[in-house]
Ligand binder design. Sequence first.
Ligand code: ATP
Ligand code: MG
Length: 253
Amino acid sequence: MTETVLRVRGITKSFGARAVLRGIDLDAHRGDVIAILGGSGSGKSTFLRCLNLLELPDAGTIEIAGAAAPLVHDTQGRARIADPRALNDLRAKTAMVFQNFNLWTHMTVLDNIVAAPVHVHGVPRAEAADRAQALLEKVGMAGFAAHWPRQLSGGQQQRVAIARALATDPDLMLFDEPTSALDPERVREVLDLMRALADEGRTMLIVTHEMAFARDVSTRVVHVRDGVIESMGPPALMFGADASPVFRAFLSH
Ligand SMILES: Nc1ncnc2c1ncn2[C@@H]1O[C@H](COP(=O)(O)OP(=O)(O)OP(=O)(O)O)[C@@H](O)[C@H]1O
Ligand SMILES: [Mg+2]
């Protein structure tokens, strides 16, 4: 039986009066590559940020590889995490890759990669550094350990950010438009790397506008619209003639 890595039920989130997520349910099994597609403002980033609790959902449950951080509500209905240690447990199962790379600019490439293993997971520095070198090789960045982020192109920075995300061997990787800030000629090197991670069986949620990549690499396509999952299915179905008319209308834009 395939292992469930992500189980999400009933996630809601409002900013003030604006309901941005209106009840999201989603499961991912180990090795699933889920492409999350949808228009601007539909709630895609908010959803990813809720999964690692960068954003606190108003309600719902999230389980990632056996970790959960249940919410409790005060008398005004405001949510908080019942147990702060559970928050760290859940976060430790995930790693996120952002549109703008978000490397720490005051740290070398190597220090960016070893920071979480050493400071969050308690891995000895020498061991973390060895693994970081192997990861740099894997992402095609061997020889850049001592560089500073500002010395790298966008594509190179994003590949380092992916190495950083891999450094803790996360159960679930979250990508929020990882190629949207890249020059067109740099997009491919990052997509090729993500395709290699998919082939290795990494479990990934990827918000993207790269439709060909979603069609060719994902195991499932999810269409988010106005804070709900409008439709989802295997790419052959979602990109075929029997897809939801709403999704087909989205694709044709
Ligand atoms: N911290 C916040 N405070 C207030 N409103 C927010 C906040 N974060 C997001 N929003 C609003 O929530 C809605 C959904 O935003 P979100 O960033 O999740 O959309 P998205 O689907 O990722 O869009 P895009 O494709 O443009 O990245 C938007 O209307 C946005 O303005
Ligand atoms: Mg977004």
